[in-house]
Design a protein around this ligand. Structure first.
Ligand code: NAD
Length: 239
């Protein structure tokens, strides 16, 4: 058994970890996908059909993100990274910046970041808190109308997949927080970890996710309660 300083933890997070910061989830009963058709606002085809509508959708969401603040769950995960003697990596499906604001430094945004924008022509990425429009020019290549949210839409390849696969293969503990387990490839991470047979797996969620049966342990409740309690226990007694 490796010493604690040689151990590696991967935390996968989803919309549920940010729900109590006022950022809506997608699939819960009041979720965004009950109000919008994801084919219109979260696919490259939807953007090609009606870029003004898609910009408007993300412009509204972006302002919510700018004002949002991290909750106790984000802070607890930041504390875990600081206090755990080994390595802690947060792999998030979230496009907000609340993990970073909560103190996490080792974060991979597999679905991109809403407070960044990218040129569809030259792929140049900028930090961007304001609205996007078709009038905007790329500061690198000068193309007009090609800036888009730096997020991964359905049908596009998530970011950092090689790094994530490597970390899943070598982690000792895999914890999934606030994700419905219905969006692949993230939904398949737990089976990948279990297939290897080495790591312990834990789910922290409001309700059992679709992949709940795959986890060794499941703790149900709001993230602001269960995540800080779990982190305290982990730092005190391991897993
Ligand atoms: P999802 O909406 O499919 O599922 C959210 C999960 O969180 C559900 O299982 C729900 O039971 C749980 N949950 C809700 N409130 C919770 C709380 N207070 N505490 C703990 N768990 C809670 O979200 P997902 O699985 O992340 O789906 C993936 C997609 O949603 C991703 O592509 C992600 O980019 C996107 N998304 C991101 C944000 C964000 O960046 N904050 C917000 C909404 C959706």
């Amino acid at each position: 058994m490796p010493a604690m300083e040689d151990k590696r933890i991967v935390i996968l997070t989803g919309a549920g970890v940010s729900a109590e910061s006022g950022l809506g989830t997608f699939r819960d009963k009041d979720g965004l996908w009950t109000k919008y058709d994801l084919n219109d606002v979260a696919t490259p085809e939807g953007f090609a059909r009606n870029p003004v509508f898609v910009h408007d959708f993300y412009n509204k969401r972006r302002q919510n993100l700018v004002d949002a603040t991290p909750n106790a769950a984000h802070h607890a995960l930041g504390r875990l990274e600081t206090e755990f003697p080994g390595e802690v990596l947060v792999v998030t499906q979230n496009i907000d910046r609340l993990h970073e604001m909560g103190g996490s430094k080792n974060v991979l945004h597999m679905h991109g970041e809403m407070l960044k924008s990218r040129c569809d022509i030259c792929m140049h990425v900028i930090y961007w808190e304001g609205d996007l429009s078709l009038e905007m020019q790329c500061e690198q290549c000068g193309a007009a109308g090609a800036m888009r949210p730096h997020v991964v839409w359905f049908g596009e390849m998530p970011f950092y997949m090689d790094d994530i696969q490597m970390e899943l293969d070598r982690c000792d503990l895999f914890v999934s927080v606030g994700t419905s387990g219905s969006v692949y490839p993230a939904a398949g991470f737990v089976s990948q970890v279990r297939h290897r047979g080495k790591a312990h797996t834990v789910e922290l969620n409001l309700e059992p996710s679709e992949g709940s049966a795959m986890f060794h342990d499941s703790v149900l409740g709001p993230a602001t309660k269960v995540v800080p309690a779990y982190v305290d226990e982990l730092l005190a007694n391991g897993w």
